[in-house]
Design a protein around this ligand. Structure first.
Ligand code: HEM
Length: 81
């Protein structure tokens, strides 16, 4: 577990999660939420996780499973800043 982002408390939004969202992702989704805002991402985390797991977002290519797992751990650990 030592090489997993965010250990021991869990992944951090600023350090681990936000950098995974490109400027293109943010701009494409601003009408619905701001992917660079922890509050917004937390408020929509279930929908976001659903799309990431289904591979339907981002619109131009699914994330690799390791990346989805980081987002999932961030949610499971309490959406830390
Ligand atoms: C990691 C990056 C992204 C995440 C997590 C994400 C997440 C989401 C989520 C959760 C929704 C549903 C919103 C709702 O129900 O209110 C959605 C919708 C949408 N997203 Fe994204 N998105 C990402 C990147 C992109 C990109 C790069 C595009 C490019 C054009 C895009 C285009 C759209 C469009 C057109 C919709 C509305 C239609 C639909 O639900 O399929 N998104 N996205």
């Amino acid at each position: 577990m030592t090489d997993q982002p965010g250990s021991p408390a869990g992944p951090s939004f600023e350090r681990d999660v936000r950098p995974m969202f490109r400027e293109k992702d943010r701009n494409s989704m601003l009408k619905a939420f701001d992917l660079w805002s922890r509050e917004d991402v937390q408020a929509h985390q279930d929908a976001i996780l659903g799309k990431l797991r289904a591979g339907t977002m981002p619109c131009d290519g699914a994330w690799p499973p390791e990346r989805v797992a980081i987002f999932q751990r961030w949610v499971a650990a309490g959406s830390l800043p």
